[in-house]
Design a protein around this ligand. Sequence first.
Ligand code: 5GP
Ligand code: ZN
Length: 120
Amino acid sequence: MNDNCIFCKIVAGLIPSKKVYEDDDFLAFDDINPAAPVHVLVIPKLHLESLADCEGAHEDLVGRLCGLAPRIARERGVGYDGPDGTSGFKAMFNTGRGGGQEVYHLHLHVLGGPRPWKPR
Ligand code: 5GP
Ligand code: ZN
C-alpha cells in the first residue's frame, strides 16, 4: 500500500466507495464524479502508478483487469450485444499528465449508458 494514494486507501477501506466487484487481486467501484450514467473504475489492489509501468511482469495482471470490463459492463446493463448502436461501453486508461491522468494508481474507466455524457 502507498500511504499517499487515494485508491490504496479505498482498497484498505480507509476511504468509503460504492463497490461493484471485488476479488483477491482487483476492486471495482463507482467513480465519485461520473462522466456517464455508468462510470466504474476497475483497479488492481497492487499499487502500480500507470499503464506505462505495466510491462513484462504485470502483463497478466493487466490482461485480467481488462477482462473484468465486459463482465462489469454486462452486470450494469451496458454489455455489448452486437453492433446495434444501443449497447456497449468505453474502456479507457488515462496515462500520465498528457493522457489526463489525475490519480496515479492504475485504473480502467468503464463508461456506458444513454448519451449525452459529460465532457471531461
Ligand atoms: P484519471 O483522471 O486519473 O484517469 O481518473 C481518476 C478518476 O478517479 C476520476 O474520474 C475521479 O472522479 C475519480 N476519483 C477521484 N477521487 C475519487 C474518490 O475518492 N473516490 C472515487 N470513487 N472516485 C474518485
Ligand atoms: Zn495506490
